[in-house]
Design a protein around this ligand. Structure first.
Ligand SMILES: *Cc1c(COP(=O)(O)O)cnc(C)c1O
Length: 374
């Protein structure tokens, strides 16, 4: 095992152990394994946290995307504009609806979708925009909402990496018509298995997702629509309810670690005259650093060096979506989305999680310094 890990869920569990064990034991006693009171409790608390009227907890973040898009009215043949620089699940949700993903380039400064590119891609078939708050950083939601209003489009925020990110007092997930979250274990708020949620302020959207996640049924064995099985289970609900009160403190620690990295790495860049690019840190919590991702000269050699030093690193993501085998049918050639393609060759995520110790962060910084001083 790497001596400095990207994610340290073991240490996190040790800190929460008494409360966590009691909560999980409670579910076993209650034998309420699917949805139930603990899921309802979590839905209420998470909606409140996001500042939305509704939260519907589902099986995972990917299902959440497909169901949220259906609920806001996306149908076969519609076009949905999104970023080519995201986890694959974002487009799976679009394709699942029979809709067509229209991938437009990112802003190289933020890695998030470029609002100007969004506006340029709108056609009479466009129905929605999916901004993805990549690495934990909110997209330029002001511009995106303005464009959506002007062209009468829906906005569905993929907030899987941005639990708690805030701009002007508004949280990730509260800007658009609906938003989705993943509680995959390594996310800023993570379950002990698969879990996800849709949040929205619109009653009809909430009702639609609530019905869809449970076989189109609100009364057992009476089905109003074709749905699916995608429900939060009781154990995940208990785990998430134990963790949610810690989310803000964990995000604060993430920003603190990012601030330390930025200062140290900018010094290395200057000392060694290498153009390493650090993420921008804004006041007010727009970035909750799900990932701390650099643009690193000689990226692959640096990666190899850090791994050799026992430091776990990752490339998020090594290929833009339009270059993926599974999306060749979109017919987009290499070179068509240059900012996303360039990012895929330059980015490197280094360890950052709330449990990362100052001493281990120092090891990472020293190893980066040693590499570029050679
Ligand atoms: C993790 C993630 C998802 C998928 O969530 P799952 O819970 O793993 O299905 C979707 N979009 C983005 C941007 C993600 O990072």
């Amino acid at each position: 095992m790497a001596s400095v890990a990207m994610v340290d869920l073991k240490t996190q569990y040790q800190k929460l152990k008494p409360e966590m064990d009691a909560a999980i034991a409670g579910v076993l006693q209650e034998t309420a394994f699917i949805l139930g009171k603990r899921a309802e409790d979590f839905e209420k608390k998470f909606a409140e946290y996001c500042g939305t009227a509704h939260c519907i907890a589902v099986g995972n973040g990917t299902d959440a995307i497909g169901m949220a898009l259906q609920a806001i009215g996306i149908k076969a043949g519609d076009e949905v504009i999104t970023t080519p620089y995201t986890f694959f699940a974002t487009v799976e949700g679009i394709i699942e609806c029979g809709a067509v993903p229209k991938l437009v380039d990112i802003d190289p400064a933020t890695f998030c979708i470029d609002p100007k590119a969004v506006e340029a891609a709108i056609t009479p078939k466009t129905r929605a925009i999916i901004p993805v708050h990549l690495y934990g950083q909110l997209c330029d939601m002001k511009s995106i909402m303005t464009i959506a209003k002007k062209h009468n489009l829906k906005v569905m925020e993929d907030s899987a990496q941005a639990h708690g990110a805030t701009d002007g007092g508004k949280r990730a997930g509260s800007f658009g018509d609906a938003a989705t979250f993943s509680f995959y274990p390594g996310k800023n708020l993570g379950a002990y298995g698969d879990a996800g949620a849709v949040v929205t302020n619109t009653q009809t959207v909430a009702d639609h997702v609530r019905l869809t996640r449970n076989h189109g049924s609100s009364v057992k064995y009476f089905h109003h629509a074709i749905g699916r099985n995608s429900r939060l289970d009781g154990i995940q609900a208990a785990v998430l309810s134990v963790k949610l009160p810690h989310l803000d403190a964990w995000n604060k620690r993430r920003v603190q670690l990012a601030t330390t990295y930025n200062k140290a790495i900018k010094e290395i860049a200057q000392k060694c005259s290498v153009p390493i690019v650090c993420p921008e840190i804004h006041d007010g919590g727009r970035h909750v650093f799900h990932l701390y991702t650099l643009r690193a000269p000689q990226r692959d050699a640096l990666k190899e060096h850090l791994v050799k030093e026992g430091i776990e690193v990752a490339v998020h993501y090594p290929m833009a979506l339009h270059q993926q085998q599974a999306l060749k049918h979109l017919g987009m050639r290499d070179g068509s989305l240059p900012n996303a393609e360039k990012a895929s060759k330059e980015v490197l995520s280094i360890p950052l999680c709330p449990e990362l110790t100052d001493a281990n962060q120092r090891k990472v910084i020293d190893a980066i310094s040693a590499f570029y001083s050679k």
